[in-house]
Design a protein around this ligand. Structure first.
Ligand code: BGC
Length: 267
């Protein structure tokens, strides 16, 4: 039986941190509503983004958040995202961050630096979890694919609300290219593409993913989900495709959900 004390800890706010290629963002996550309690706090990602420098920046974000009156207890676990494959707390790919991370025990590094339990998941997986629980994928049965368009292309494979971790669908090879090298949001800017031109690449990408997985729903995340009107109406797919609802906070919220689930602190 769960005693009263343990029960009151369920869905209590937790800190979530989102490590990205350009910024490290953190917030206190209200797990009852799937939203940030208060503003998020951001620092630029150190360049080069070496493990030591990033760990230092994460510690700074946590210190700032911990000063707030509504900060979770100093012993509570922290959820963190990372833009690469994370299996059993170890980094297995680094497409858009420093290669020194490869093979590193990121859970161990951050737990030691912060002096409290830390668990890390892939950034797109975190965004996917947040969308599945509190956003555009809430209550959807079957396969939901969350695709984030940013510096790279990230993906989360959700089935019946549960995450199947580390789907790396941004690295599908399409027409001889790694998909994210042509169809990410950063690639669009780099190549100076109009929305119309960019939509052609997205059409090719999403048709291919649709053919492979026949999902029930596509959710498009990342910074340019704010401009969804420019490209989503141009796509012809049999799968409904909608913008993410949590926008920039999805990674932070998802990181907190994951750590809460792992520590049995969420309902
Ligand atoms: C990485 C993914 C990550 C995505 C978005 C890709 O290059 O391989 O792990 O989720 O970028 O950051």
């Amino acid at each position: 039986m769960v005693n009263k004390d343990e029960k009151s800890k369920k869905n209590a706010p937790l800190i979530g941190i989102d490590i990205g290629g350009t910024g490290i963002k953190g917030g206190i996550v209200d797990l009852k509503r799937g939203k940030l309690a208060g503003d998020r706090f951001r620092v630029p990602t150190p360049q080069p983004s070496t493990p030591e420098a990033v760990a230092e920046a994460v510690a700074h974000v946590v210190e700032e958040l911990s000063k707030r009156p509504d900060a979770p207890s100093a012993h509570s676990p922290i959820g963190v995202t990372f833009p690469g494959i994370i299996q059993h707390g170890v980094v297995h790919s680094t497409a858009n961050v420093d290669n020194a991370w490869l093979g590193l025990d990121i859970d161990g590094l951050l737990t030691a630096r912060l002096g409290r339990p830390v668990e890390v998941i892939n950034d797109a997986d975190a965004a996917g979890l947040a969308e599945a629980r509190y956003g555009a994928g809430e209550g959807v049965k079957g396969t939901v694919l969350v695709i984030t368009l940013g510096t790279g292309i990230g993906s989360a494979f959700i089935f019946d609300g549960k995450l199947v971790p580390n789907a790396e669908l941004g690295h599908l090879e399409i027409d001889g290219f790694d998909a994210e090298s042509k169809a990410s949001a950063v690639a669009r800017e780099r190549d100076g593409l109009s929305w119309e031109e960019y939509s052609v690449l997205l059409q090719r990408y999403f048709s291919h993913v649709e053919f492979l997985f026949s999902p029930e729903l596509f959710i498009v995340g990342g910074g340019i989900s704010k401009r969804a009107d420019e490209y989503l109406p141009r796509l012809k797919l049999r799968t409904p495709i909608v913008p993410a609802e949590l926008k920039n906070d999805a990674g932070i919220v998802g990181a907190a959900i994951e750590i809460a689930l792992k520590h049995k602190l969420a309902k």
